[in-house]
Structures are given as C-alpha cells and as structure tokens.
Design a protein around this ligand. Structure first.
Ligand code: CDV
Length: 309
C-alpha cells in the first residue's frame, strides 16, 4: 500500500526583471508550506524560473540565451535542492535547458528526496510558430526558441511509485499519456504556461480554455488510471495573462484539489496509489484489451489523409 501526500505549487506571474534567486525564494516558501502539510512530493510549473519569454520575438535567438540554464542544478537553484533534501521531499520543475552542444530544450526534471536528478524530460509537442507573424495579436514562438524534445516519455521509480512527466501542450495529446501509461505510470506531473489569448482570429475565452485543460488532464488520468498533477505558472506576466486552474486528478479522472487564485498557491491531496490498480486491471488492462494491429497509423502518419472523393 503506497499512500503519499502530493502537491502542486502554482506560481504567479514572473516579470522579465525578476531574478532566478527571487523566483527560487518563492518556490522555497511554497515548499516550506508543503512540508508543514506533510507533503512528500511537490510539482512546480513549466519554465518555473523565468517569465514565459516565447511571447516575445527577437531576430537573433541567441539574445534570449540568458533565459536558459547551462547546468542543473546550478547556484541559483541550489537552495531549493538543499531545502528539499532537508525535508526529504521529492520534486519536479521545468526550466529552459541549453546543452553543451548548443541545443535548446523546454525541459522538466524529477528529483529524488535525496536531491538526485532521476529523470529529465524534454517537451515533445511544441505549440506556436517559429517566425514573427504580424497578423497575430499575440506571438507564441516556442518553435523559434526550442527544439522538439528528443527524450520521449519515460518513467522512473521513486518514492515507491512510478512517475513520469509531460509539459504543457503535451497534456492535450493522448499519445503522451498512453506512452506513459504503457510503462505503468502512477503519477504524471505536468507544468504549464497557458496564455489566455493567443489565437489568430477568435478569442476562445478563458472558460473554454480552462474546460479543455481540465478535460485533457482528467481524460488522460482516467484512461491510464494514474494520478496527475497539472500545475500552472499564471496570472499577469509583463502585461500578458495566463490562466491558473492548477489541479490534482485521481485515477478515476476526478479533480481532487484545485487552485482558487492566480498567484503563488499550494494545492495538496492525499494520494493512495493502490487506486491505480483498479483501472489498470479492468477497463484499461492494456495487455488484455489493446489491439495494436489497428493502431499503426498513430505512429506512422503525422497529419490527416482523407480518403479520395
Ligand atoms: N506553453 C504551452 O505549451 N502552451 C499551450 C498553448 C499555446 C495552447 C498549451 O497547450 O497550453
């Protein structure tokens, strides 16, 4: 029987001129609160250390290299690693990674309660575009600043359970969930930065966006019988709004904790990982019920090919 108190540490907006040290101090304040509440694992958002800079265009992308970390851990985040080790708390957070080979990734890591980086994941589904698009009211230039991740969706055993990660847009793709599900995942952590407006022609509105966010996470958790923590960086960042709505979802697809505001906020839930077994051994017993002979298109064709008229 594996029970654990888990948390999502929602982070309010980070402005362009905020330092890594200031952000890490906010992360530690939430970790302190979590420790008082008996939390054993805490999840922070995508790109936790910086503002969501893909909303800005620069001609020479190297001008934005200062948003990237060249090593992990580094001096700025060391206090977070030390506090977590002191508390014996596992954690995950997202940051922008610049490799020694000069490659840029949108990355998340899972860290053990002893402070070891156990798993690194590089975001697979990069939304947006690579060039400035003048017809847009809001730019979303993730494809300019990051390469598509090369890690794939892996899992790791830590703290007695099987953990995996996705990042933001990945949560909308059932493929991400199923690859993790096929490795027996019991806890999926997903950090996100979701702008409230960034489309070309229609304003979907926050309510609809929030619905699609929750729908995606609840469906992914239910269909793979796993807990999920989806945690936002949100609120106003440099005059741009990103929605909040951080949630913890159980293996039945129910929301069991939800953020109330748009600032720094801890959400906490008691997870009983034995509850993952029911779905994994009945409706979603993959071994018994999957029919991979009919799924070939999923891994062999990217876009839609309609039949001829
Ligand atoms: N950071 C993201 O990946 N954001 C996307 C937006 C652009 C739709 C998301 O899926 O939330």
């Amino acid at each position: 029987m594996t029970k654990m108190t888990i948390a999502g540490a929602q982070i309010g907006g980070i402005q362009k001129d905020e330092t890594r040290e200031e952000v890490v101090a906010r992360m530690i304040a939430l970790m302190d609160d979590a420790h008082e509440k008996g939390v054993a694992f805490i999840a922070y958002p995508e790109m936790t250390l910086t503002t969501f800079f893909p909303r800005f265009y620069v001609e020479d992308r190297a001008d934005f290299d200062h948003w990237f970390e060249t090593e992990m851990p580094n001096a700025s985040v060391q206090p977070l690693f030390e506090r977590a080790r002191e508390y014996g708390m596992g954690f995950t957070f997202g940051y922008c990674e610049l490799t020694p080979e000069g490659e840029h990734f949108n990355t998340s890591i899972i860290v053990s309660p002893k402070g070891e980086i156990l798993l690194s994941y590089r975001k697979t589904h990069l939304p947006g575009h690579a060039e400035f698009e003048p017809e847009r009211t809001h730019q979303h230039l993730e494809k300019r600043y990051f390469l598509p991740g090369d890690t794939g969706f892996n899992v790791v055993r830590s703290q007695g359970i099987i953990m995996g990660m996705s990042i933001c847009n990945d949560r909308r793709w059932p493929e991400s969930w199923r690859v993790l599900g096929l490795q027996g995942v019991q806890l999926v952590s997903i950090g996100y930065n979701t702008p409230s407006q960034n489309n070309l022609s229609k304003d979907e509105g926050i309510e609809r966006r929030m619905y699609h966010h929750e729908l995606s996470v609840c469906a992914g958790a239910y269909q793979n019988s796993t807990y999920a923590i989806a945690v936002a960086k949100c609120g106003m960042e440099d005059g741009n709004h990103m929605f909040a709505g951080s949630i913890i979802v159980d293996p039945d697809g129910f929301v069991i904790a939800k953020a109330q505001g748009e600032g720094d906020e801890l959400i906490v839930a008691e997870a009983d990982f034995d509850k993952c077994t029911f779905g994994k051994s009945t409706v979603f017993n993959f071994d018994a019920h999957r029919r991979i002979e009919h799924y070939g298109l999923i891994a062999s064709q990217t876009g839609v090919k309609e039949p001829s008229e």
